[in-house]
Every structure is written in C-alpha cells, then in structure tokens.
Design a protein around this ligand. Structure first.
Ligand SMILES: CC(C)(COP(=O)(O)OP(=O)(O)OC[C@H]1O[C@@H](n2cnc3c(N)ncnc32)[C@H](O)[C@@H]1OP(=O)(O)O)[C@@H](O)C(=O)NCCC(=O)NCCS
Length: 217
C-alpha cells in the first residue's frame, strides 16, 4: 500500500501538487514550510505542519513519502532550491514520489524519470522522455521523441514539438514553443511566449518571436 505523503513547501506550486496527488487517490498529511507565520494555518484544506526538520523529525522515512512542492525559484537546475532541498532530504533517506495528475496523458511508449511531475492536461507523447525531478506543468506538451533533462520546468502550456532536446536545469516559460528538432543546452531560460526556431548552447535567457538572447534586439 502507498505511504501517506507530506508536501515540502506550501506555496503556489505546492497547492497544485497536492491537488494532483489527491485527485490520484493519495493520502496527503499536509505541508512543510520554513515560514513560521504559516505554521498551524491551513492551505487548500490541509495543515502547514511546520519546518522540514520539525515535521520530518516526527516520522521515519519508511512511514511517509515526500512530494516536492517547490516550483522554479532561486536559480535553476541542480542549483535551484527545488533540487537542493530534495537532494538534501534524499541523502537523509527520504523518498520523493512522482506526481502524475489523472488528467495528464503519458504515452506508454514514453519514459519518465524519478520524482517527475506531470500535471493536469499535460501530454508526454510516444518516444519522449522526461528526466528526474522535472515538472511538466499544467497543459504543457512534450511531443514525440523529445528528450527533457533533469530538474527542468516546462511551464504551463509550453510546447516542445517533436524531436526537441532540453538540457538539464532549463525553464521553458509559459506558452513558449520549441519548433520541431530544436535543442537547448543546460540551464537555458526561455521566456514566456517565446518561439525558438534555432538551437541554443545553454546558460542563457531567450525571449521573443523568434527568440533571441534577452537584451538583444
Ligand atoms: C524571461 C524572464 C525570465 C526575464 O525575467 P527578468 O530577468 O526578471 O526580466 P525583466 O522582467 O526585468 O525584463 C527585462 C526585459 O525583458 C523583457 N521581457 C521579460 N520577459 C519577456 C518575455 N517573456 N518576452 C519578451 N520580453 C520579455 C522586458 O519587457 C524587459 O524589457 P526592457 O528592458 O526593454 O524593459 C521572465 O520575464 C519570464 O518570461 N519568465 C518565465 C515565467 C514563466 O513562464 N513562469 C511560469 C510559471 S508556471
């Protein structure tokens, strides 16, 4: 039987994660959060139980699983708070679950890495793969044969057309589109609404239609 789940973080992304877990039939005990003002309050009907250390000190890792409620904050990839917090807790023996909303479509011919999150209305198509800790957010599309690295965030309604590549730690902003076959390197930030028609080596921010590095016309 599946273990009950505590969600790490109590912000906006955490609410969406809890909703997906509850819709999928999981038992969620509540949230952790470092903000003392939130402790003892309710968030979408569930308690903010305390800080990570306070709350997890009351449980054993074989009795409770965790879900990552942190979105894309404070940097990207393995440097993001989202990855740093999860990797620290995993090193202490905690297991993070994958979160798949029942209204997401994941092809049986796609591959999902550990603890990824595929949220409501998202599609991961045949031959695609999604790396560890990556978020495919509400309504995002990973088309056929696209490969998404670890600790990425494909924001709401973003689209990877077929055969795209997204390097580790990249953010593809809300509504952005990667034309078929486009490859971006690690830690790329694609601004909301951008359309990428060329590859990027990574470690840069691209905006606009067609997308160019931020700060260039
Ligand atoms: C691209 C992005 C990372 C830039 O953020 P930032 O570094 O804080 O940039 P600023 O807001 O200071 O804007 C800097 C300039 O870029 C422009 N700009 C910012 N975002 C842009 C975008 N998505 N498309 C086009 N231009 C954009 C601004 O108008 C501004 O132009 P100016 O210098 O001529 O006034 C951010 O705007 C963005 O799009 N993030 C993605 C957000 C998202 O999709 N979240 C999803 C959560 S599910």
């Amino acid at each position: 039987m599946s273990l009950p789940i505590i969600v790490v973080g109590a912000g906006g992304h955490a609410a969406v994660v809890v909703d997906a877990l509850l819709e999928a039939g999981a038992k969620v005990l509540g949230f952790t959060d470092p903000d003392l003002h939130l402790h003892g309050t309710q968030r979408i009907g569930l308690p903010v139980l305390g800080s990570d250390d306070e709350v997890l000190g009351q449980f054993a890792p074989d009795r409770v699983s965790l879900a990552n409620g942190l979105g894309f904050v404070n940097g990207s990839g393995q440097r993001s708070l989202r990855a740093v917090v999860q990797l620290r807790l995993e090193a202490r023996g905690w297991q993070f679950v994958s979160v798949i909303h029942p209204l997401a479509h994941v092809s049986s011919r796609a591959k999902l890495g550990a603890s990824c999150q595929i949220l409501a209305g998202a599609h991961v198509q045949a031959g695609a793969s999604v790396g560890t800790g990556t978020i495919v957010n509400t309504g995002a599309i990973v088309e056929h044969d696209s490969i998404v690295g670890h600790w990425c965030h494909l924001a709401t309604r973003s689209t990877l057309c077929g055969h795209c590549r997204v390097g580790d730690g990249s953010l593809v902003g809300a509504g952005a589109v990667l034309r078929q076959g486009v490859a971006i390197g690690k830690n790329t930030v694609v601004g909301a609404g951008a359309v990428l028609v060329r590859d990027s080596a990574g470690e840069e921010t691209l905006c606009g239609v067609p997308a160019r590095p931020l700060g260039t016309k």
